[in-house]
Design a protein. Structure first.
Length: 739
């Protein structure tokens, strides 16, 4: 199986659903059906990502290429007692390869080529510099010409991009009980053209979806498409219509870290510290459509600066009582500036002002929009910045004790205090935001105790377990987008959504059978996330105040499920493996959102205090939570001439349909899909040389991910969706040499 990065590994973990939209800010990682819905700066992810002990700030950073990955571990459910900042749904733990004094001069070079002008090169070398010092350097380079054809002549394909990265590590072992490891890395990834397309909707679909207040906007938008050379209905749902009027995303990453391990008898003292500066500049067309109108934009930089320090003590693993404890500090400065340039008066068809007949004569000022200085005369402009500074202090510990030879009990806890400060400001060219929200700064501090306890019982080759755990995620802040929080008039009225807390019970069994020819696992779980943070309608039937949409607690999410895994290796030739997940994730308390046309037609709406039609989500599935997921593989290995060894592997993955918006809507449901991949590997008996030929999406099954409404005008022409690189069959090869 050809796996080029962490994202391709995650695709084969059924308990995870990871979706990308082309804009890394909106990437979403879900574990056991629980994911963060809001992608604004002041909202932490529900599912955490930890790399070599360092907690990443946001899910967008998962798309970094990390060089030589040693292993990827999925830890489902709340993980607060041993791993960094807590996560309410679970965490992805990534461990990379470290330098070695015993491996001597060694390394690996890998070169890959695939269709769509996709080229990848990775290299790493381990160099002992002395009996006590070793260094390792890893680097990579990648580029692709894109895999989504562009309907506009001369424009690049969707998915076009390139990236590079380098990582250096230095290991020093001055004594048998002391180890010092230093790391420094830098990388860059550019997405020149997103792989988004307009979903194939009929004209009737568009007209129905744009009904009510959006009717005029739909008519104007359709005319805008017409003068851009595009007619409805859109039948090419495998083409992009975007123009390269701006680089879509440019991510730059710099980090350094250090780890010191000191062995003292039967215990180890470990210090782990890191600093990371991740900068992401995102650009999008405000309309999310094919026209090349540079002023209509939705753009700005995001900057995550993190500092982490952890000091822990660990006992030897062969003792009857095993324990871990320590102190933890985490600092995050999350800054985001957003410039949103619109022409709302034109979109909503100001009376007596006709829609433009050509792009050449389009001028937003003629539609009576706000007057601004500079290049955006007549446009509605939101130009603001928000910063959320987080300081997290914690003391943690966990102990395991063997009650009998077969029975082990464990208990752990973490007591934390977290302070967050939100600052919001507007800039001189902002002619819309100040009318809704004045600049301010506000803080919130919370303390919380997280616990984890359970039992493990070993019976032969099987281990039974039962675990209870709790989780915590800090307060959530809206980033000040004026239109979404227009009820706020200053800092006295602005308050963050309170922290999320989670609780999980799980029981299961894992083990081996038939002299380890079979390994298996079965887990049943019940997970509840209280005070779920999302942008929903604020609604109180007993309060006549207007109904408004804002970031707030959206009640409780529940997720129950079963996870099963079995691997079977009957002999030296055959290997079989499969993992399946079934989850039932849904809102379990009253949660109100604005009704769309589909909900109205279904009679699922009620009138809010101000007459606005609302829908209760209780019982509905959240986003990114397929009920059923599966992964399976079969491999056959055989010897070839000249000492060469061969293997053929078939991989299968399936995801059931899922919601991609908090509002149940048939246009924003991702259909189920099943994908087969086939690979052939040829390698030398000493593993020094290998060649892998692969076919992705062997059955050429068309599918897309994450249907979502365009950034600016939503239902004007239906929905956008993301085409992954394997939305149709393609071929590739990877050659690897070790020395």
């Amino acid at each position: 199986m050809a796996l080029s990065d962490v994202v391709s590994v995650v695709e084969h973990l059924p308990a995870i659903s990871f979706q990308q939209t082309g804009d890394p800010r909106t990437d979403m990682l879900s574990i056991r059906g629980i994911a963060t819905l809001a992608n604004i700066p002041g909202v932490e992810p529900d599912a955490a990502i930890v790399i070599d002990g360092e907690t990443l700030a946001r899910n967008a950073q998962l798309d970094m290429n990390l060089g030589d990955i040693k292993r990827v571990e999925l830890l489902e459910g709340p993980q607060g007692t041993l791993f960094g900042k807590n996560a309410v749904a679970g965490m992805l733990n990534i461990v990379t390869t470290a330098p070695s004094l015993s491996d001597g001069l060694s390394g690996k070079v890998s070169a890959g080529i695939a269709e769509y002008g996709d080229y990848r090169l990775k290299a790493g070398i381990n160099v002992p510099l002395s009996p006590t010092v070793a260094a390792m350097v890893n680097g990579y380079w990648a580029q692709t010409d894109g895999w989504v054809p562009n309907a506009n002549a001369g424009q690049p394909n969707g998915g076009k991009g390139h990236g590079w990265g380098v990582r250096g590590q230095l290991l020093w072992e001055p004594a048998s009980n002391l180890e010092v490891l230093l790391r420094v890395e830098g990388s860059r990834k550019v997405v020149a053209m997103p792989s988004t397309v307009l979903v194939n909707l009929t004209q009737a679909d568009v007209d129905q979806a744009g009904g009510g207040a959006n009717t005029a906007m739909t008519a104007w938008y359709n005319n805008f498409l017409k003068i851009s050379g595009i007619t409805l209905p859109l039948v090419n749902n495998n083409h992009t219509y975007l123009n390269e009027d701006r680089v879509n995303a440019d991510a730059r990453n710099f980090a350094f870290s250090g780890k010191v391990t000191y062995s003292l008898g039967s215990v180890k003292l470990i210090y782990n510290g890191s600093y990371r500066n991740y900068r992401l500049n995102s650009n999008d067309n405000e309309l999310g459509i094919p026209v090349n109108l540079a002023p209509l934009m939705y753009a700005g930089p995001s900057n995550y600066k993190t500092t982490q320090h952890e000091l822990r003590i660990e006992s030897d693993s062969d003792q009857k009582l095993r324990y871990t404890g320590g102190l933890f500090y985490y600092h995050l400065n999350d800054y985001r500036r957003e410039t949103d340039v619109q022409c709302w008066n034109a979109m909503y068809s100001v009376p007596n002002v006709p829609a433009p007949t050509s792009l050449a004569n389009f001028n937003c000022a003629s539609y009576g929009g706000p007057v601004s200085n500079g290049p955006y005369n007549g446009y509605n402009i939101e130009d603001y910045a928000s910063s959320v500074v987080t300081d997290n202090y914690a003391v943690f510990g966990q102990a395991e004790y063997d009650l009998t030879h077969n029975l082990t009990a464990f208990v752990g806890g973490r007591y934390l205090t977290e302070k967050q400060t939100m600052t919001y400001q507007t800039f001189a060219d902002d002619n819309e935001g100040p009318a809704y929200l004045t600049p301010f700064s506000a803080s919130a501090t919370h303390s919380h105790f997280i616990d984890r306890e359970g039992l493990r019982f070993k019976a032969g080759d099987a281990t039974f377990f039962a675990t209870h755990s709790t989780g915590f995620k800090g307060v959530a802040w809206d980033n000040g987008g004026g239109k979404n929080i227009s009820e706020f008039v200053g800092p006295s009225a602005f308050a963050p959504a309170p922290p999320e807390v989670s609780r999980q019970f799980e029981i299961g069994v894992k083990g081996d059978a038939l002299d380890r020819k079979i390994s298996y696992g079965l887990t049943l779980f019940d997970l509840r996330v209280h005070n779920y943070q999302a942008r929903v309608n604020f609604f109180d039937p007993s309060n006549p105040a207007p109904t408004v949409q804002r970031l707030q607690n959206a009640g409780t999410l529940g997720s129950d499920g079963v996870e099963a895994r079995i691997d079977f290796r009957p002999d030296n030739h055959w290997a079989f493996g499969t993992s399946v997940n079934w989850i039932h994730a849904r809102f379990t308390s009253d949660t109100y959102i604005a009704c769309n046309s589909y909900a109205v037609a279904m009679g699922a709406c009620i009138a809010g205090a101000d007459g606005q039609m609302l829908q209760n989500l209780k019982g509905q599935a959240p986003t990114n939570a397929p009920k059923f997921s599966a992964d399976a593989n079969v491999q056959y290995a055989f010897a070839g001439p000249g000492g060469l060894e061969n293997s053929v592997r078939l991989d299968f993955r399936h995801r059931a349909s899922q919601n991609n918006t908090i509002s149940p809507d048939p246009f924003e449901i991702q259909p189920a899909y099943s994908i087969f991949d086939l690979s052939y590997n040829l390698h030398s008996s000493d593993q020094r040389y290998s060649l892998t030929l692969y076919v992705k999406n062997l059955m050429d099954k068309f599918y897309y991910q994450r249907p979502f409404e365009p950034a600016g005008i939503g239902w004007g022409a239906g929905e956008n969706a993301v085409l992954p690189m394997d939305y149709k069959r393609y071929f590739g090869a990877v050659f690897t040499s070790k020395f």
